[in-house]
Design a protein around this ligand. Structure first.
Ligand code: AP5
Ligand code: ZN
Length: 213
């Protein structure tokens, strides 16, 4: 199954991706995680992307499309994948369409997690992420079983550098200007499922699984 999780920053894409990985045994492809790994490795691409990410701006399309092209060609994607945080612009969506057509595969579903801007700031400022596996938790809404320890891999939970109130504002602006128009793109393609992302984590998961069966 080839899936995409769509939504504003902090809508719950990464959180729900973990359940899809477990249920379908397919990998999550998070462009945000790939970029953060490149920053940690201090690669040229990572250092260039960091400037945009620190300001809450989108990284240039050419960089992102190159990342996805390489990642989709890896053997673990042959039985399906979960795109998380990609595409975010019309140019990226068009590039993905062409890439998938060349690979003779198609997108089964796009799951949009709808959460209003008012809730996003609280979600992002209370987020804690695993420094090893990237899993997301929330100090109030989705706490880990042990404080500051990841439930999945026992890695240390940290605060992401771009998770502050100022950067959230500019990430939301980028989302509305450049990414939200893709809702129409995928609705017109007939693959869009829109879910209420304001429910509890487990209720969003149930709605998502029900919408895929
Ligand atoms: P990226 O890493 O993709 O960040 P984002 O889209 O801003 O999304 P998040 O990871 O912040 O949110 P999420 O929806 O995964 O939410 P989560 O599940 O963690 O991108 C970072 C940067 O990289 C971008 O700003 C850009 O610069 C660059 N970039 C990445 N991809 C790019 C691309 N394609 N093109 C250009 N640039 C790109 O949940 C958030 C919090 O809420 C957590 O604390 C969680 O525990 C909690 N939560 C989750 N669900 C619920 C719920 N149902 N109820 C209550 N709390 C919940
Ligand atoms: Zn972890």
């Amino acid at each position: 199954m080839n899936l995409m999780l769509f939504g504003a920053p902090g809508a719950g894409k990464g959180t729900q991706a973990k359940f899809l990985i477990e249920k379908y045994g397919i990998p999550q492809i998070s462009t945000g995680d790939i970029l953060r790994a490149a920053i940690a490795d201090k690669t040229d691409m990572g250092m260039e992307a960091k400037k945009f990410m620190d300001e809450g701006k989108l990284v240039p399309d050419s960089t992102i499309i190159g990342i996805i092209k390489d990642r989709l060609a890896e053997p673990d994607c042959k039985d399906g994948f979960i795109l998380d945080g990609f595409p975010r612009t019309l140019a990226q969506a068009e590039a993905l369409k062409e890439l998938m057509s060349n690979m003779e595969i198609s997108l089964d579903k796009v799951i949009s997690l709808n959460v209003p801007d008012e809730l996003i700031v609280g979600r992002i400022t209370g987020r804690r992420v695993c420094s090893k596996c990237g899993a997301s938790f929330h100090i109030e809404f989705n706490p880990s079983k042990t404080e500051n320890v990841c439930d999945y891999c026992e890695g240390e939970l940290i605060i992401r550098k771009d998770d502050n109130a100022e950067t959230v504002k500019s990430r939301l602006e980028s989302y509305h200007a450049q990414t939200a128009p893709l809702i129409k793109f995928y609705t017109d393609m007939g693959v869009m499922i829109e879910l209420d992302g304001t429910k509890d984590v487990k209720d969003v998961t149930s709605d998502m699984i029900a919408s895929l069966s």
